[in-house]
Design a protein around this ligand. Structure first.
Ligand code: FE2
Ligand code: FE2
Length: 269
């Protein structure tokens, strides 16, 4: 089994320090194998905010796979936004915008969707689609394949209509062809589970989409701060949403999914 933890939208600068400490305590107890962080590490892409995010990541009890979010772009400074939009993220958090985590039976790719001009909805480029194909398509079904991105591949109507990332249909076809099992995303600050297959007529296999609420930010959109624990034991996956209750994170929701053929089906948790 792989215990995969998914946190998102930390927003250092507008985060709650008590929640940040409580989440670390929760993870010390849960002992995940890897933590996926799906972007928006900072509120305004300031150096001090990146340093605080990096210090928090360094306290995690396991490796982390990190991608940036739109708040990690230097949007306030026009020159920096167009010339070196992710310079501070790359200097203080992680230089690699295409990180890979490999374990014996699981591969996780970090897909950077933020763009200097498409900073709200994001985009996936041809070079990234080729990279996904190179990394994943030759792997057999015995390897559980995960993509982590800030923007989701599917549109939602949870907080007003939010479009999918630009070139989502082309990307979805590639993920389908490569047998991707799971997509982890953030950006909305609400928890949500979906299936890529429900949104694109050309996609034949289920690809489970799990959105995380904001794990640390005070901008909570009516939900508690939360994060996801995914116990992956193919063909099953147990998803637990852990939310902050004023002192500690506790179980807020749990769901079990089983892959039958090429379809994810929800089962009793
Ligand atoms: Fe965010
Ligand atoms: Fe965002």
């Amino acid at each position: 089994m792989t215990r995969l933890v998914h946190v998102s939208d930390l927003h250092f600068g507008r985060h709650d320090p008590a929640v940040a400490d409580a989440l670390l305590r929760d993870l010390e107890r849960l002992r995940p194998d890897v933590v996926a962080i799906s972007g928006d590490l900072t509120q305004r892409a300031r150096t001090a905010q990146f340093l605080a995010a990096r210090a928090w990541i360094d306290r995690l009890p396991c490796p982390a796979l990190v991608v940036p979010g739109n708040h990690d772009l230097a949007t306030a400074d026009l020159f920096r936004r167009f010339v070196r939009p992710l310079a501070r993220y790359r200097a203080h958090v992680q230089d690699d915008l295409s990180p890979v985590h490999r374990a014996a039976d699981l591969v996780m790719l970090g897909l950077t969707t933020v763009r200097r001009t498409r900073w709200i909805e994001g985009r996936v480029g041809d070079d990234q689609i080729r990279w996904i194909e190179d990394q994943l398509c030759a792997l057999g079904d015995g390897v559980f394949k995960v993509i982590v991105s800030h923007h989701s591949l599917v549109p939602t109507n949870l907080i007003g209509l939010r479009p999918a990332v630009r070139r989502a249909a082309r990307t979805a076809d590639t993920l389908d062809a490569c047998g991707v099992d799971l997509l982890l995303a953030g950006h909305l600050h609400v928890h949500h589970v979906d299936d890529v297959r429900e949104h694109f007529g050309t996609v034949r296999r289920s690809i489970l989409v799990v959105q995380s609420g904001t794990s640390l930010s005070v901008r909570r959109r009516g939900e508690a701060n939360s994060y996801n624990v995914l116990d992956v034991r193919p063909p099953e996956l147990l998803l637990e949403v852990r939310g902050f209750d004023g002192g500690a994170f506790t179980r807020h929701r749990a769901a079990r999914y089983a892959k039958v053929g090429d379809r994810w089906r929800s089962a009793a948790a």
